[in-house]
Design a protein around this ligand. Sequence first.
Ligand code: GLY
Length: 381
Amino acid sequence: MVSDAVRASDSGQTVRVCLGPRSYEVRVVTNDPGGFGPFARASLDRTWSGRPCRRALLVTDEHVASLAQPYMWALERVGIAASLAVVMPGEASKSLEHASDLYDRLVAMRADRHTAMVALGGGVVGDLAGFVAATYARGLPLLMIPTSLLAQVDSSVGGKVGVNHPRAKNMIGAFHQPLGVWIDTATLSSLPPRELRAGSAEVIKYGMSLDAPLFHFLEFQVQAVLALEPDAVRHVVAKSCELKAAIVGGDEREETGLRSVLNFGHTVGHAIEAVAGYGGTYLHGEAVAIGMVAVCRLAERVGTLDRAATERLLCLVRRAGLPVACPGLDADALLDAMTRDKKNQAGRIRFVLPHGIGKVEMSDACSIEQIREVLAAITND
Ligand code: GLY
């Protein structure tokens, strides 16, 4: 169950993200905030900027601020005095204005390039604190402590950080790899059940697109994962990070196209979020779940996937408590949103199409009629 790229020990599993001088470790544990101190010290000691680190700004949000104290004590025990910055939860905090508030905090504490940024929270906190770390003093050492399932299996690994422009999501950003990612699966118990289920969509995505054994594991164990059974959760989180690390290791700055396989289910998923609005009608993972179902139906029409594989995906998505359709959404509006996807080339919509469980390829082979049929099916269900 544990591959070479994942090292297991009594106290957790370690995944290595191999990026030459920017390589780092992702440590997956359960209920061990104290372990963060030595991990942070070792991660920082591997770099010029981190070695003399004696101070840190720990950024979190109001939802998880109650988790911060043990991490601050853990840093103190390895000689790092941490200050705390608490932002409002939610996408609105991913703005230049909130970044500027954090720059003010850093200036006030006379931070320099040896001051670490520590991001404790979900994707919004990671993206915002990561962006500030990338830009303040031309780059501060960054440590991630993701607390949502989505952040643990996706946004904390990979180095893309950023904030939103009022008219364009994630448009202002940078590539800035963390020095280490500390994942404590016990933090997931702070999540509302709907968000936990939504995060599981990204885990299903890794299985369906890249790893048949992970998919098979989820078919048997998805309830154990959602019940936060420690071994099951650590396994899927570490495996997902390992899969993401391999992709990021081959395409760090999104230049070769390899990273686009991570968008399996996202072309339709992003369109659903854009058309339904970002007000929470569909959480990101819920939209991705529907998008994965849609793209499997498309692949059946193109002839790269058999019906049985789609049925297995449908069954797993339902067992995870995720939606498989978006009744009532306007299919034409979804198509319109998809034509604006940045992966498109020469006017054709490009999809990450499944070729069986655990295998995908980028394709523009789908006709507009096939896409319309599938969109009609998911919006009429
Ligand atoms: N930070 C997410 C990524 O780089 O994919």
